[in-house]
Design a protein around this ligand. Structure first.
Ligand SMILES: *Cc1c(COP(=O)(O)O)cnc(C)c1O
Length: 366
């Protein structure tokens, strides 16, 4: 029998062998402010009712593959324009792979383009799909470099351009006019789709969803993860019906499980509860940003999301001390040069935000 190493060398793609797996920090015992989760659960009476609903779900049958009921509810509740449908993903992460798989070519490498720094899965998924990834650096103030983006589109003719709106990990909303210029440039080239990723829409209250009818090459992608349902793994995206039908061919037929479906339908019936939680988090964002701005040597970047990006004098040192105080945030300072000495923290409950503020205050003073 040959060794497992020989087997791996001979079968697993070199580019896959070369990378490290997606790292998720071990969080037990920590105040967890690294993953943009909503800290609030559903109220107890709703939890009990959800339990009863989930108990009624038929587990021995496949899901109904059309997902018509849940899709109708998403369209009706979440602002999808009349005449537009959605397709569902096991998190928007899966939607990104579906988009890439549908656009990756066989005869030459198609291009995925995105500003950098942005959501890491844009690059990773492109790589797995066998596409070339082109990153265009944000400006030092973290705004979109419109001219560099348009030049890169002209040069690389990307099949897909991903725009996180607001952007992760920077938290800012790109200028809508810049996004429109990108969509129009892709349309002029006749070969590009703009994907506006609105994972943080509940905290931004700005969206391209209602503008879908203006652009045949626009996809609007969202998730219920940051709204408070990260555990159920459900993303959705909308686009012109003919385009959406093509993407739907690539989707695994039963990608959304029946428990997710039932939990999502229940949550959408009680969307007001989730929207109230988002409003609380938006208010806490302002309070936390103001408190951080008062700390010596801290620069706070504007955020339209449920997290805040800050720059400190020494991010590695501050992060190590904050971690020692059992608060887990994300040190993004090595992700990209424009993020030098930057830390990203999720906005949470007043109590958890206070724990973070105490930890960072002590860290910066020592
Ligand atoms: C968190 C995040 C996602 C992933 O969402 P899931 O639905 O949980 O897979 C997608 N895009 C951006 C920009 C995110 O920050």
């Amino acid at each position: 029998m040959s060794s497992i190493d020989t087997l791996i060398t001979n079968t697993i793609r070199p580019d896959v062998r070369a990378i490290a797996g997606y790292h998720v920090a071990e969080a037990s015992g920590y105040v967890k402010l690294d993953a943009m989760e909503n800290p609030y659960r559903l109220p107890d009476h709703l939890h009990r009712e959800l339990g009863r609903r989930l108990a009624d779900v038929t587990l021995n049958r496949y899901p109904v593959a059309s997902y018509a009921g849940i899709k109708r509810r998403i369209c009706a509740t979440l602002g999808v324009p009349a005449g537009y449908d959605v397709i569902l993903g096991n998190g928007s992460d899966e939607l990104i792979s579906i988009l890439d798989m549908a656009c990756a070519l066989q005869d030459r490498r198609a291009v995925v383009l995105a500003p950098t720094p942005s959501f890491v899965m844009y690059q990773r998924s492109a790589q797995f799909a066998g596409m070339d990834f082109v990153g265009v650096a944000l400006k030092a103030d973290l705004t979109l470099d419109r001219f560099a983006m348009l030049a890169a589109i002209e040069r690389h003719k990307p099949a897909l351009v991903y725009l996180s709106y607001p952007n992760n990990p920077t938290g800012n909303l790109f200028d809508a006019a810049d996004i429109v210029a990108i969509i129009e440039a892709l349309d002029r080239n006749g070969c590009g789709i703009a994907v506006v990723d609105e994972a943080y829409e509940p905290f931004a209250l700005h969206s391209f969803m209602d503008r879908l009818p203006e652009f045949a090459n626009l996809v609007v992608m969202r998730t219920v993860s940051k709204l408070g349902l990260a555990g159920i793994r459900l993303g959705y995206m909308s686009a012109a019906p003919a385009l959406l039908r093509e993407f739907d061919k690539v989707r695994p037929p039963y990608n959304i499980n029946v428990l997710t479906q039932a939990a999502a339908e229940f949550a959408l019936d009680h969307i007001a509860v989730l929207n109230e939680q988002a409003a609380l988090i938006r208010a806490e964002r302002a309070t936390l940003a103001a408190a951080l701005a008062r700390l010596p040597g801290v620069h706070v970047f504007p955020s339209a999301a449920n997290f805040i990006l800050i720059r400190v004098r020494d991010a590695d040192d501050a992060n190590a001390k904050i971690l020692a105080d059992k608060v887990l945030i994300k040190n993004v300072s090595k992700m990209h040069e424009v993020l030098n000495n930057c830390l990203r923290v999720t906005v949470s409950t007043p109590e958890e935000n206070a724990a973070f503020l105490a930890a960072i205050t002590a860290a910066l003073a020592s």
